[in-house]
Design a protein around this ligand. Structure first.
Ligand SMILES: NC(=O)c1ccc[n+]([C@@H]2O[C@H](COP(=O)([O-])OP(=O)(O)OC[C@H]3O[C@@H](n4cnc5c(N)ncnc54)[C@H](OP(=O)(O)O)[C@@H]3O)[C@@H](O)[C@H]2O)c1
Length: 426
């Protein structure tokens, strides 16, 4: 950094987010300087393929490592994505004493602790607001505004693709396959949608939120995960009749010194604020012991929204660099990650059953044998097509799973349908 307040920024990646970030710095640079006294100057950008035609910038390199170690670059923004080579590049930047801003949830969820150590050793910032829920300020509120509170639970709709698909299934009765095809046609879903629809993307974000909210080490592999590909239009219709909407939720709980982190489709009561989060929007609902309930809502993806979050981090990191300080990195303790078997939930289950006397009693007895009590039963259809829809009181996952196993063996039960957890009704 030179004598005046110019901060020279090197950007790794010029895709959706990288190109939007460079454009935002050009658009808002004067206003940022007037407000903060910092002149941000993007000096170099690294890309993979030098032969692609690009607009909006003209000093590209294919050698990202040379950019990271360039003494003419003060601060690094990593928006390449993935683990390789992003991890090595971020570590090299931190080791060279350069603050890093990243939007890379995979990297933070897999290697957060290692990167925090490197940032702490170098005394520089590692900021990642853009990695979770796009434009929505969440990392900074968790790290700073709520630092004095004790967070008890975080519920998040953190994947816009699945929220779009579930919204379509809810509002037009579309099947999962049709809603996915529509999301793909509109550019909300990738051609290979696995990372979104099977919950991997949400699990990485859940791990990052859990680490920050509770100050413990959680990696993506610690997160129990179920996607939405098995949710049927029928489940959603039935949820509506019972007063719920189906959402893919990240559920992060502090339980007696342990942390439980899971991502799965859930039935949310229509009156819960998360039920109103539609289309590709994201929202994160935080319950603080003192603060009470808070909800953060907005665009969870898209080049400009994500670049806006990254640019906020760039300004913070640049200001700290200028003052020779850093925001500090979260100290991550090691806590037991509570296995899914030991987690408590309410459940929704649909069963196709034979329509004959005594079936309901047999089903109820199976639940009772495993200590799962039923709060609501709905009988739908007649003749060979009878269906029972049940909602339970809060029960232990292990007990619910053994109930399911017994139900599958019952003669009177033709098919055990989707098991959905009911969240936010307690
Ligand atoms: N897009 C979003 O809405 C969004 C939202 C939240 C977070 N994020 C995160 O932001 C990051 C970037 O996402 P994106 O959508 O902008 O990705 P993208 O459009 O695929 O762009 C990736 C960029 O990285 C470059 N790149 C790939 N390998 C490289 C290498 N070895 N060396 C140098 N450059 C390399 C690519 O170069 P070429 O141009 O030559 O291919 C491309 O410019 C990811 O971590 C993503 O998870 C994205």
């Amino acid at each position: 950094m030179d004598g005046n307040a110019t901060v020279r920024v090197g950007v790794l990646g010029y895709g959706n987010v990288g190109s939007a970030l460079v454009a935002l710095v050009a658009e808002n640079g004067d206003a940022i300087e007037a407000r903060t006294g910092l002149r941000l100057q993007v000096t170099r950008v690294a890309v993979k393929d030098m032969s692609k035609a690009r607009a909006g910038f003209d000093n590209f390199t294919a050698d990202a490592m040379s950019l990271v170690t360039d003494p003419e670059v003060d601060l690094i923004v990593e928006v390449i994505g993935g683990l390789d080579p992003a991890r090595d590049l971020v570590l090299a930047a931190l080791k060279a004493g350069k603050p890093v801003v990243t939007g890379n949830k995979e990297l933070m969820a897999a290697s957060g602790a290692e990167l925090f150590d490197a940032a702490a050793k170098a005394g520089v910032d590692l900021l990642f607001e853009a990695a979770v829920a796009g434009a929505i300020p969440l990392m900074r509120p968790l790290r700073e505004s709520l630092a004095g509170d004790r967070i008890q639970r975080v519920l998040g709709i953190v994947n816009g693709t699945t929220n779009f698909i579930l919204t379509r299934m809810t509002e037009s009765g579309a099947s999962f396959a049709d809603a996915l095809a529509e999301a793909q046609a509109l550019g909300y879903a990738e051609r290979d949608p696995t990372a979104d629809v099977e919950g991997h993307d949400a699990a990485a974000k859940a791990a990052i939120i859990a680490s920050l909210a509770f100050g413990v080490r959680v990696v993506a592999g610690d997160v129990y995960r179920e996607g939405i590909s098995r949710v049927t239009a029928d489940d959603i219709r039935m949820a509506g009749r019972l007063g719920y909407v189906v959402k893919l939720l990240a559920v992060i709980d502090a339980v007696g010194g342990e942390v439980a982190v899971r991502v799965h489709p859930a039935m949310v009561p229509l009156a819960h604020p998360l039920a109103a989060v539609r289309e590709s929007f994201n929202a994160v609902f935080v319950e603080g012991a003192a603060a009470g309930e808070l909800m953060f809502y907005g665009r969870g993806a898209g080049g400009r929204p994500t670049a806006s979050a990254a640019l906020g981090d760039v300004i913070d990191a640049a200001a700290n660099l200028r003052q020779g300080t850093s925001a500090g990195v979260p100290g991550l303790a090691v806590a037991r990650i509570r296995p899914m078997d030991e987690v408590h939930s309410q459940y929704y289950l649909s069963l196709d059953v034979a329509d004959r006397p005594g079936v309901l009693e047999q089903v109820a007895a199976a639940f009772a044998r495993h200590l799962v009590s039923i709060v609501q039963v709905l009988q739908v259809g007649m003749g060979g097509e009878a269906r029972l829809v049940l909602v339970t009181h809060t029960a232990l996952e292990r007990d619910m799973q053994s109930t399911l196993a017994e139900l599958r063996d019952l003669d009177a039960v033709d098919r055990v349908g989707t098991l959905l957890r009911v969240i936010g009704a307690e």
